[in-house]
Design a protein around this ligand. Structure first.
Ligand SMILES: [Zn+2]
Length: 125
């Protein structure tokens, strides 16, 4: 009978460890989870830093080298929706929401990149 009790205890301990392990993984995932930050630069000078994780809808009017560039953010993604550049490649890129494809408007010297930052890593200065 004691053996059965022991086995039940072991099962209980293993279950508790499993729950603890899962919680730990969730906690780690949460702290590593990145905050997506979009940076708009004009000729390598960062002019706007936008926290995309807020999922705000917002318009930015960036002074490019050759004119204004209308940048729009919505639901964690960002796009150039209007620009005076001749080829409109930047506008055609559409909305981006990760770091794999930066938006570049060479005509206006405007670059939009998305970086992931951990919450603990955000610089405040
Ligand atoms: Zn453009």
């Amino acid at each position: 009978m004691d053996k059965k009790k022991l086995r039940n205890d072991i099962i209980l301990i293993i279950s508790l460890l499993a729950v603890a392990a899962v919680s730990l993984i969730l906690i780690i995932n949460k702290s590593v989870k990145t905050n997506l930050v979009a940076r708009i630069s004009v000729q390598n000078n960062v002019v706007e830093v936008i926290d995309l994780s807020k999922k705000e809808e917002k318009d930015f009017y960036i002074d490019g080298i050759n004119g204004k560039v209308h940048v729009h953010t919505i639901d964690g993604s960002i796009a150039i929706v209007e620009s005076n550049c001749p080829h409109q490649d930047c506008v055609r890129m559409g909305y981006i929401s990760d770091s794999s494809h930066p938006i570049i408007c060479a005509y206006n010297g405007v670059y939009i990149t998305i970086d992931g930052e951990t919450l603990n890593d955000v610089e405040l200065g």
